[in-house]
Design a protein around this ligand. Structure first.
Ligand code: PMP
Length: 302
């Protein structure tokens, strides 16, 4: 994995190895950070960032939800991200902006006068759930842990203890990824991905009320599905639907569009990526590779 040489930190350039924090930083103790995951892709016309503004806007929104006083605007963040990708000269990379409550006068929970810091780091990252998984589908399990976070719409550091446990439990049990149910027992989402189900030629995904992060890739898939004449239904999804569905797939910036070939060792459909998943994957990668026209204006060239 190639790491970006430079980290953008509060408007300054710091070498990767020097981008450290003090052990008293608030976020380290209480999870008071918010972050984003963004991808830049290699195209024939150069490196392009996928859906930059929806990500930076979500970071601004997450700060509001977490009561973190961010002084940067979405536009400031866009510019800083573009500069970081340029400076680190990656052909393609994963981009991680992070805003956190840092050191300051308070060590307790209410630490509004502590410093707020923002960093942007980059690294070159392949398929998050594996190239093999992207092509042939992954094996997933329904987690024994529920998606139990208080503010699912915010991408907030502390909440990711839940996702980490779900992901580690799945891997300990021999699965590639875990799927969390919400507190009512309906399908919520993967540890770091949204979920879609195809059943009788209809596409379903849990709605905002099912404790999901409103994913940017989820939104891209909804737009691509509409381009193909497929309507998406936002419904509460019963766990059993994962077993009887024709197709199931996950979406995320890191995971992109990853087919699921089995859930809890029960084969999904024929146990391989289905036609709708494949068609959505193809049109997604046609845009990210610059081969298809960017009709929705998703790419920002670096
Ligand atoms: N849910 C969770 C919990 C996530 O961490 C992510 C990754 N950001 C997603 C869904 C997918 O969101 P996106 O498509 O915006 O990356």
């Amino acid at each position: 994995m190639k790491l970006g040489d430079w980290v953008w930190r509060n408007g300054e350039w710091v070498k990767w190895e020097d981008a450290t924090v003090h052990v008293s930083a608030h976020a380290l103790h209480y999870g008071s950070s918010v972050f984003e995951g963004i991808r830049a892709y290699q195209t024939d016309k150069g490196t392009a960032i996928l859906r930059l503004r929806p990500h930076t806007q979500r970071l601004v929104n997450s700060c509001k939800i977490a009561r973190i006083g961010l002084e940067l605007t979405a536009e400031d963040l866009d510019n800083a991200i573009l500069e970081t990708v340029r400076r680190n000269a990656h052909p393609a990379c994963y981009i991680r902006p992070l805003t956190f409550r840092s050191t300051g006068p308070a060590f307790g929970l209410n630490a509004r006068n502590n410093k707020i810091e923002t960093i942007i780091m980059t690294w070159e990252w392949g398929a998050y759930l594996g190239e093999e998984g992207l092509k042939n589908g992954i094996d997933a399990q329904v987690s024994s842990y529920r998606r139990m976070v208080p503010m699912p719409m915010g991408k907030i550091g502390g909440q990711y203890v839940n996702s980490s446990i779900i992901s580690m439990e799945a891997s300990d049990n021999g699965f590639t990824e875990g799927i969390a149910l919400d507190l009512q027992g309906h399908v919520s989402e993967g540890a770091g991905e949204n979920i879609f189900v195809v059943h009788n030629n209809m596409l379903y995904t849990p709605g905002a009320g099912s404790s999901i992060l409103l994913g940017v890739t989820r939104d891209s898939v909804i737009q691509l599905a509409a381009d193909m004449g497929l309507q998406v239904r936002y419904e509460t999804i019963a766990r059993e639907m994962l077993y009887v569905a024709d197709e199931v797939f996950m979406t995320g910036t890191a995971a992109e569009i990853t087919p699921i070939r089995s859930v809890d060792r029960v084969k999904v459909g024929e146990g391989k990526p289905g036609p709708i998943t494949k068609a959505l994957q193809d049109s997604f990668f046609a845009v990210t590779s610059g081969k298809a026209e960017d009709t929705h204006g998703w790419l920002t060239y670096v």
